[in-house]
Design a protein around this ligand. Structure first.
Ligand code: HEC
Length: 240
C-alpha cells in the first residue's frame, strides 16, 4: 500500500513536472542566441515614478510609445507574437529581457537598433538618431519605470512642426510608415497626415469612437495629446 502511494506520487510528479516544463518552454522569454539573460531591472516596479531630475528620460512618454510604434506591431514584438521573446507593450515585459540597466552598449535591445543592428527590419522605418539616443539614455539611467506627466496641458501655440509631428513620430509613425504601413495608412508626411486629419479618421481612432479602430492599438494617447490633435485639426490642420 505504502509503496503504491510512493509509486504514484513519483509518477504524477514526473508527468506534472514535464508538463510544466513544456509550458515553460512555449512561453520562453529569453533571447535566442547569446544564452545569457541578465535581468537586474526591477520588474515589480509596475507603478511609474517621477524622475529625480528634469532631464532624465520619461519611460512612459518617451520610450514605451516609441517601442510600441516601432517594434510592437502585430507579428513582431507585441504581446501575442513576442518574436524572439521580446514584448514591448508594457514596462514589465520590456525590461524582462535584453536590457541591462546602466549598460546600454551591452543591452541587446539597444544593440539591435544601433547602427548595423538590423532592427527594425527592412521595409520599416529606422529609429531616428534622437530616438536611439533616448533609448540609450534611458538604459544608462537604469531602465527605470518613470513617468513625467505634469498635469499641465499646453493648448496654445500648437503647430504641426513643434507639436503634432513629434507626437505622431513617437506614437504612430513606426507602424504607419515604410513599404507596408499598417492599415495602409501613412502618417510620416504632412500631406498624408492632413488627409486623415480632415476626413475625421485620425481623431476618430485616437478617441476610440465607435466605427473606428482604437489607436494606438495598445494603450491610449494622453488626454492632453488628444486635445492638442483636436485643436490643431479644428484650426485647419495647417502645415505650420
Ligand atoms: C503597433 C502598430 C500601430 C500603432 C502604434 C498605431 N497604429 Fe494605427 N493602425 C494599425 C493597424 C494594424 C491598423 C489597421 C487596423 C484594422 O484595420 O483593423 C491601423 C489603423 C489606423 C487608422 C484607421 C482606423 C479606422 O478605423 O479608420 C488610423 C486613422 C490610424 N491607425 C491612426 C493611428 C494613429 C494616429 C496612431 C498614433 C496615435 C496609430 N495609428 C498608431 C497599427 C498601429
Amino acid at each position: 500500500m505504502k509503496s503504491r502511494i510512493i509509486f504514484w506520487t513519483i509518477t504524477i510528479g514526473i508527468i506534472g513536472g514535464y508538463l510544466l516544463f513544456m509550458g515553460g518552454c512555449k512561453n520562453f522569454n529569453g533571447p535566442i542566441d547569446d544564452g545569457t539573460t541578465i535581468v537586474t531591472a526591477d520588474t515589480s516596479n509596475t507603478t511609474p515614478t517621477t524622475p529625480n531630475t528634469s532631464n532624465q528620460v520619461c519611460f512612459t512618454q518617451q520610450v514605451l510609445p516609441m517601442l510600441q510604434s516601432n517594434c510592437a506591431s502585430s507579428g513582431c514584438h507585441d504581446a501575442a507574437s513576442r518574436r524572439d521573446g521580446y514584448d514591448f507593450t508594457s514596462y514589465t515585459t520590456t525590461v524582462r529581457v535584453g536590457i541591462i540597466p546602466g549598460n546600454p552598449d551591452g543591452s541587446r535591445v539597444y544593440k539591435a537598433v544601433a547602427s548595423g543592428g538590423g532592427m527594425p527590419p527592412r521595409g520599416r522605418t529606422a529609429l531616428t538618431a534622437d530616438q536611439r539616443a533616448i533609448l540609450r539614455q534611458w538604459i544608462a539611467e537604469g531602465a527605470k519605470n518613470t513617468s513625467c506627466s505634469s498635469g499641465i496641458c499646453d493648448t496654445t501655440n500648437i503647430t504641426y512642426t513643434k507639436t503634432i509631428a513629434p507626437l505622431l513620430l513617437t506614437n504612430c509613425v513606426g507602424c504607419h510608415s515604410g513599404s507596408a504601413p499598417s492599415g495602409d495608412i501613412t502618417l510620416s508626411s504632412y500631406a498624408a497626415v492632413k488627409t486623415f486629419a480632415t476626413n475625421g479618421r485620425l481623431l476618430g481612432s485616437v478617441n476610440g469612437q465607435s466605427g473606428f479602430v482604437q489607436m494606438p492599438p495598445v494603450g491610449r494617447l494622453e488626454q492632453c495629446q488628444i486635445t492638442q490633435l483636436g485643436i490643431w485639426i479644428r484650426a485647419g490642420a495647417l502645415n505650420n
